[in-house]
Ligand binder design. Structure first.
Ligand SMILES: [Zn+2]
Length: 372
């Protein structure tokens, strides 16, 4: 069994010489019907591991029997990956307008509510999905054709979102700064947390802040809620979207990438995207928090930092997280200070640099976590 890969390029931007900048789009279509899956990586330029995960996925999917279609867009932000300063990639923000590359996707809550009013009690779920997808797609087209133009990041985001608009399952592959593997999961798709082999899960509410996962699930979740309450009709569209954080930025690890690919394949298999595939989710411990319990710890002091608590390690209240060196007090008792955990927690990621200004987000941590 081999599945063909159809490769095309899409123009997402132009550089100052007026030359087109492209992203590759790999499409793999099975001979059987099934869901549409969209996977992209590196919208934040320094977060490169997802590209090696997509490489492994393509190599393995070529020899698998796909149901439906899988669309893969590696290195989906060709600008972000190339903004270097010395040894580092400054891939988080559009350098022209300063906007986060992952905040320009489209969602219009009022338009979804208006659409919900057009759904009748008799309309089939398939019919609603088809009409709603056409509605979303034309809304994105309209936004792209905005006569006043759009910022660099937003243009890129909307072009990518258009590729994902027909997908049932959307996976956006990211990395933390120095980070353990974790995943953002919409609360209404909680059951899918155990289909990935990812040890740390964050359940997020139906709130839009501009990211691709939210832009994908918020419309469907909102529509579902409205139909449930207006028509007293239980519908489930089974559209899911996740942000997967595959370890630390600025790292490519082929071996880990293959493990990450297996994790994604186990999810896709459970969702019916693969025929006669025996990849199952691993029997492992998975810890979760609600977004409100995923806390950021800022430092009130500037200085040079040793990160004592490692991502993924359980820390009790009062235990040291970091030791901070103060250059003006090397001769006094304040030459170094210890930052302690304000409660029991698990660090998920920390700032990548050892020199920090006051007010830096030093750690992001799980509090009130539980087993799933
Ligand atoms: Zn990111």
């Amino acid at each position: 069994m081999t599945t063909q890969v159809v490769k095309k390029h899409m123009v997402v931007a132009q550089n100052a010489s007026g030359r087109n900048m492209n992203v590759p789009i790999y499409r793999m279509k099975g001979s059987r019907p099934g869901p549409t899956v969209y996977i992209q990586s590196s919208i934040h330029g320094a977060e490169v591991q997802g590209n090696v995960v997509i490489y492994h996925l393509i190599q393995r999917l070529k020899h698998m029997d796909i149901c439906g279609e899988i669309i893969l867009v590696p290195n989906c932000n060709p600008i972000g990956t190339n903004i270097k300063a010395g040894e580092y990639t400054l891939g988080r923000f559009d350098p022209v307008n300063g906007t986060n590359w992952n905040r320009g996707y489209f969602f219009d809550k009022n338009a979804v509510e208006d659409f919900a009013k057009t759904v009748t009690p008799e309309e089939s779920v398939t019919g609603i999905k088809q009409r709603f997808r056409a509605h979303l797609s034309s809304s994105i087209d309209k936004k792209l054709a905005e006569p006043w133009g759009l910022g660099l990041a937003q243009q890129l985001n909307l072009k990518l979102q258009q590729l994902a608009v027909n997908a049932d399952y959307v996976l956006d592959l990211h990395n933390g700064p120095v980070s353990t593997r974790h995943i953002y999961i919409p609360e209404y798709a909680k059951n899918s947390a155990s289909l990935f082999n990812i040890p740390h899960c964050i359940f997020i509410p139906n709130v839009f802040a501009g990211a691709l996962d939210e832009a994908t699930f918020c419309p469907w979740w909102t529509l579902q809620d409205h139909i449930n309450s207006n028509l007293s009709r239980e519908v489930c569209f089974d559209v899911e979207a996740f942000t997967l954080e595959m370890g630390s930025q600025e790292v490519i690890d082929f071996k880990e990438g293959d493990i990450d690919a297996t994790s994604i394949l186990s999810y896709l298999n459970a969702k019916g995207a693969l025929h006669h595939c025996d990849i199952q989710p691993k029997d492992m411990q998975r810890l979760a928090v609600y977004l409100k319990d995923y806390k950021t710890l800022f430092t009130n002091w500037g200085g040079m930092v040793e990160y004592l608590a490692k991502p993924g390690q359980r820390i009790n209240r009062g235990e040291p997280l970091a030791q901070i060196l103060n250059i003006d007090d090397l001769d006094t008792d304040f030459g170094s200070r210890t930052l302690e955990a304000p409660c029991d927690l698990i660090p998920i990621l920390h700032f990548p640099s050892a020199s920090v200004l006051s007010g830096t987000q030093l750690y992001k941590v799980f509090t009130n976590y539980f087993d799933i």
